[in-house]
Write a protein of this length. Structure first.
Ligand code: KIV
Length: 298
């Protein structure tokens, strides 16, 4: 895919903004988007950062986990989002198995998200075990956001989508993981589905901002999934999400009204119709009648 988009650094919100926001105790707002139309709306609404999450596997592609999402899926979605985003920092997820096997994989695939997709940063899941990878990406000029707690790419190991780090060893491990990501050069870390008090502790311990999802109000910022907030994800809403609109209902009602109008003949109406010069139609009809006579000999 060829790239004709402004570099991520042309946008006003950068990874440096994340640092200054934390220093000024101003919360960071992040929301997912996976295509140009939603990105345009989210960016115009003034969020600080758009996450092209691998949650697109579930929201856009109909999978029941993020595991089947490919690099090509992520590059295409990132490209669409980055093309229209003028303000927010675009962060793109590295999908399952695009960075775990080797640092070389991570560099090549993160490089694609930046160069082909136009992302301003990448996000990957894991703690101390990915610190070396984070360090190499950052050395290559690729800003990295970490992601700990409930890491959906490890759902099979975690035994489901459930709150993490509830006992003392797991809570300590999570804090150590956050510290390892910070030391490796990550500019921020997502804390997903962990107890609020632990998230607050991590936020106080770290110099880099924490971005919570299902982690209470004590984080330096919040990230949510577009479809969950807007009622586009069907009947299920995760406990950590709040529905700010029922767009699914509105879309269903609008499409049924359209279908009813087409079936009854009420649409398209006069307003949506363009009329011809009747002389043109008469002439076309006469010519075609002549043609048919010539062809059939009648
Ligand atoms: O893929 C995604 O949308 C995410 C958020 C849930 C943090 O990683």
């Amino acid at each position: 895919m060829s790239v004709h988009i402004p570099a991520g650094s042309d946008r006003p919100v950068t990874t440096a903004t994340f640092r200054t926001r934390k220093a000024a105790s101003q919360r960071i707002v992040m929301l997912t988007a996976y295509d140009a139309s939603s990105a345009r709306l989210v960016d115009a609404a003034g969020v600080d950062s758009i996450l092209v999450g691998d949650s697109l596997g579930m929201t856009m592609l109909g999978y029941d986990s993020t595991l089947p999402v490919t690099m090509d899926d992520m590059v295409r979605a990132t490209f669409a989002v980055a093309r229209v985003t003028r303000h927010a920092l675009v962060v793109a997820d590295l999908p399952f198995m695009s960075y775990q096997a080797s640092v070389e994989d991570a560099l090549r695939n993160a490089g694609r998200l930046m160069a082909e997709g136009g992302a301003g940063a990448v996000k990957l899941e894991g703690g101390a075990e990915v610190a070396e990878t984070v360090c190499r990406l950052v050395s290559a000029g690729i800003p990295v956001m970490g992601h700990v707690g409930l890491t959906p790419q490890s759902v099979n190991q975690l035994g489901g989508y459930r709150v993490q780090a509830k006992d003392t060893p797991a809570a300590e491990r999570l804090l150590d993981d956050c510290r390892a990501l910070q030391d490796a050069g990550a500019f921020a870390v997502v804390l997903e589905c962990i107890p609020a008090e632990l998230a607050a502790l991590a936020s106080a311990e770290l110099d880099i901002p924490t971005i919570g999802i299902g982690a209470g109000a004590g984080c330096d910022g919040e990230v949510q999934v577009f479809h969950d907030l807007l009622g586009l994800g069907g009947d299920f809403t995760p406990r950590h999400a709040k529905r700010y609109a029922e767009l699914g209902e509105q879309v269903r009602a609008a499409v049924s009204a359209y279908a009813a109008d087409v079936r009854s003949g009420a649409f398209p109406g006069e307003e949506q119709t363009t009329h011809a010069d009747l002389a043109v139609i008469d002439e076309v009809r006469a010519r075609r009648t002549g043609d048919v006579r010539r062809m059939t000999g009648r």
